[in-house]
Write a protein that binds this ligand. Structure first.
Ligand code: GLA
Length: 363
């Protein structure tokens, strides 16, 4: 993580949210993911305030939170920033024991939709760490920054997340997918197949029990790997190896095994849009039936998209339990697909919306 350089009194930084095209709940199993950054960003402005206290203000949430290091704030959104500050304070003390963070006024401004599975928390963490990197001249590359952001979320916000969201916010583009091996953190760009563009829709269902359900899934994956004598589910070589597992764990592990294979297939050169879409449809079925992180409303919205002949494939995106879905559409038909899916969804009594006019389309 290198040394700290000169500090400045004031800095600004921003970072995007993300959606994920394929590879859900694979990252904490050391597997493969395929996220894309969105055009919406979280922006932070920090200024030394001459005290030992931190004042955090969010326009969107209309909240101001004051805290000191060592005194965790009760407000959930502040815990992400607090976690980043605590970790950077630890880094700086490791470099020079007498040093530490001076008090800061921090302004947050964001147009990343909150709580729908587009990683508003990772955008906040990455923007915060970028700002601190500039303020304190920290020698930290974008991968190390993503790793620190992930630690902030696990250690201070209580979500035992993988590294996809922070890597995507730190390193992904808005117009093509980034295939990440979450074990080695090696990555490469994956262009969209010819004649395709991406649509992201919110099901309008707030994510319920997401943290507890998420941490429970992760524990189940760890239990399954340990029963198979493996470090992680990434190491399953053959579907037949899953047969030693009891029913529930077998289904969880089968999702991870098949999902990893789908990401690798989607990353193969020259894949057609229809094949890519088929992988997305299979991913949704696996998340619904084996991983059980979909909701009836997400299933309805995804089914409406999948039935549209202008759509190559559709699936929920992010952790699930509500929130958003993503569809791969024929280029040029994105707006019409969004309109007809949202009308069909409204006829079922639900209110969805298009979240992200994405830049992600075939070249
Ligand atoms: C959340 C987590 C990620 C990942 C996804 C599911 O977004 O933060 O690490 O596990 O869920 O793929």
């Amino acid at each position: 993580m290198g040394d700290a350089g000169a500090s400045v009194m004031f800095a600004t930084a921003e970072a995007p949210g993300r959606f994920n095209l394929l590879g859900e709940h694979t990252d904490y199993n050391n597997g493969f993911v395929l996220p894309v950054a969105i055009a919406q960003h979280t922006r932070l402005r920090m200024q030394v305030n001459g005290t030992q206290r931190f004042s955090l203000h969010s326009d969107q949430l209309a909240q101001r939170v004051e805290f000191s290091l060592g005194e965790p704030p009760a407000e959930h959104f502040a815990s992400y920033v607090y976690g980043c500050l605590m970790l950077v304070e630890g880094l700086m003390q490791g470099l020079a024991p007498a040093s530490g963070l001076a008090g800061l006024n921090i302004e947050v401004d964001s147009d990343v939709p909150i709580g729908v599975g587009l990683s508003s928390s990772a955008a906040l963490e990455v923007a915060c760490l970028r700002c601190l990197r500039t303020m304190f001249g920290l020698q930290m590359d974008d991968v190390a920054l993503a790793q620190l952001a992930q630690r902030a979320e696990i250690e201070f916000a209580g979500v035992r997340c993988g590294i996809m969201d922070q890597m995507a916010s730190s390193l992904a583009d808005t117009w093509r997918a980034l295939l990440i091996d979450t074990r080695s953190l090696e990555r490469r760009d994956v262009p969209l197949p010819a004649d395709s563009a991406v649509l992201v829709l919110d099901s309008g269902i707030p994510r319920a029990l997401a943290v507890s359900g998420y941490n429970e899934r992760r524990a189940q994956c760890e239990a399954a790997a340990s029963l198979m004598g493996l470090m992680s589910l990434r190491d399953v070589r053959d579907a037949s190896a899953l047969q030693v597992l009891p029913g529930l764990l077998l289904r969880r592990a089968r999702h991870v095994f098949t999902e990893n294979a789908r990401v690798l297939a989607a990353g193969a050169a020259g894949i057609s849009a229809s094949e890519f879409g088929r992988l997305m449809n299979e991913s949704h079925a696996s998340l619904r039936d084996d991983y059980e992180v979909s909701t009836p409303e997400l299933d309805q919205l995804v089914a409406l998209l999948q039935r549209d002949r202008r759509v190559w494939g559709a699936r929920l995106t992010g952790a699930g339990f509500g929130g958003a879905c993503v569809a791969l559409c024929r280029s040029g038909d994105v707006a019409a697909v969004a309109q007809s899916a949202l009308e069909g969804y409204a006829a079922l009594g639900h209110h969805g919306q298009q979240l992200v006019p994405t830049d992600c389309r075939s070249a």
